[in-house]
Ligand binder design. Structure first.
Ligand SMILES: Cc1ncc(COP(=O)(O)O)c(C=O)c1O
Length: 381
């Protein structure tokens, strides 16, 4: 018996494909956004401490109170605000789950959800599995993925229930300014349209820019659910733990689904993160990763790859390879991994229909040795 797919995306996505190709070919893996450097020793110690201290049973459904309190305090401090409180924070098993559950919370069958392409790969399947209809708005790849607000406005219909946005943006590294939020609020106006705001790279912003969270937008009060990932924040993607922040009513609705979906999140990890938030240097990650971005970009400068725009946040930098090859991006990425032992992600992985753009995404959340070795290869092409 074969079960029909509940979504229109590939059964195995390109990230999994490229990472397994990297393993098979023993290639330098600049494809998936998983760091290859060690995590903070204090965080490992706290995880050990949690299990020894007996934090091994189900945590409360919304998350450990200490963790929710410390998340709220750390956001309030960062944004000089008093918006955050434990009743607005829900701990989740990762951001992907947060996005999925937010969609389950707001969607009824046939509701439309606007998303901006190139888009992280889980959005469309999550919309479809939840009975929604994805409505695509393309960002302008030739103009550093500029947002066409008129197109967003034109895409709104009486069936529009939500819009998914992502800042800092994977794959372009573009970071939303206050102006972008103001335009979104103006486009939505008084309509009941929810904003699911994927902010997993919130602490990884470069060149003195500041991330601006969605939940703090006064003109969108009550409509935004912001999604975060400790995986990205502290380079612990394998822990699969994150959280969402939203107004109390939205939070309550979200939790009413979460209690029957994930119900409770890894308790030792919550204990460790609650304590780690009190001692972590929130800027360290961005400083370290900005140096890695700069290393990658400077070593690629003498290559035939071209940089269209410098990444301002996230783990990623896009490069145009049209000076190296006329292959389409999927064939080029496969060729690069098999023949030259460098695994990357083709930009078309972020599109429903390949747009024919010759760009690949490189992750620089890697050891300098790996970045040096991989760029030495790329520089010789
Ligand atoms: C934009 C974006 N959103 C969400 C996620 C998923 O985060 P998590 O591992 O916490 O589910 C990723 C991971 O790469 C991402 O890049």
């Amino acid at each position: 018996m074969i079960l029909p797919s509940k979504h229109s995306a590939a059964a195995v996505n390109i990230f999994t494909t490229m990472s397994s190709l990297a393993r098979k070919e023993n290639a330098y893996n600049l494809s998936q956004g998983l760091p290859d450097f060690p995590i903070a020793p204090a965080l490992s110690d706290l995880l050990k401490e949690a299990t020894v201290e007996g934090f091994n049973q189900y945590a409360p459904m919304p998350g450990l109170p200490e963790l929710r309190q410390n998340i709220a305090s750390s956001f309030n401090k960062r944004y000089s605000s008093n918006y955050c409180a434990p009743d607005r924070v829900t701990v989740t098993p990762g951001a992907t789950y947060g996005i999925f559950t937010a969609l389950t919370t707001v969607l009824n069958k046939g509701d439309e959800v606007i998303y901006l392409e190139p888009a992280f790969d889980c959005y469309v399947p999550a919309i479809e599995i939840n009975g929604g209809i994805p409505v695509r708005v393309q960002l302008d790849a030739q103009k550093n993925f500029e947002i066409d607000w008129q197109q967003i406005s034109d895409s709104i219909t009486p069936k529009t229930k939500a819009i998914i946005i992502n800042t800092p943006h994977n794959p372009s590294g573009k970071v939303w300014a206050q102006n972008d939020w103001d335009k979104l609020a103006a486009v939505i106006g008084h309509r009941d349209i929810y904003v699911i705001s994927d902010e997993v790279y919130d602490t990884i912003v470069y060149d003195g820019l500041q991330h601006i969270p969605g939940f703090l937008q006064k003109n969108l009060e009550g409509k935004v659910l912001s999604v975060y990932s400790f995986g990205k924040m502290y380079h612990i993607t394998g822990w699969k733990i994150g959280f969402v922040i939203a107004a109390p009513a939205f939070t309550e609705a979200f939790r009413s689904i979460h209690q029957y979906l994930g119900f409770s999140v890894n308790t030792p990890a919550q204990y460790a993160l609650a304590k780690y938030l009190l001692i972590a240097d929130q800027e360290a990650s961005a400083i370290m990763l900005q140096a890695k971005r700069d290393l990658l970009v400077s070593r690629m400068q003498s290559s035939k790859f071209r940089l269209n725009a410098l990444s301002k946040g996230s783990y990623f930098q896009l490069f145009d390879y049209s000076g190296v090859s006329s292959l389409d991006d999927v064939s080029f990425a496969r060729w690069l991994a098999i023949e030259h032992k460098v695994a990357t992600v083709p930009l078309s992985a972020f599109y429903r229909v390949p747009p024919g753009i010759k760009q690949i995404r490189l992750s620089f959340a890697k050891n300098d040795d790996v970045l040096n070795a991989a760029t030495a290869i790329l520089g010789n092409l």
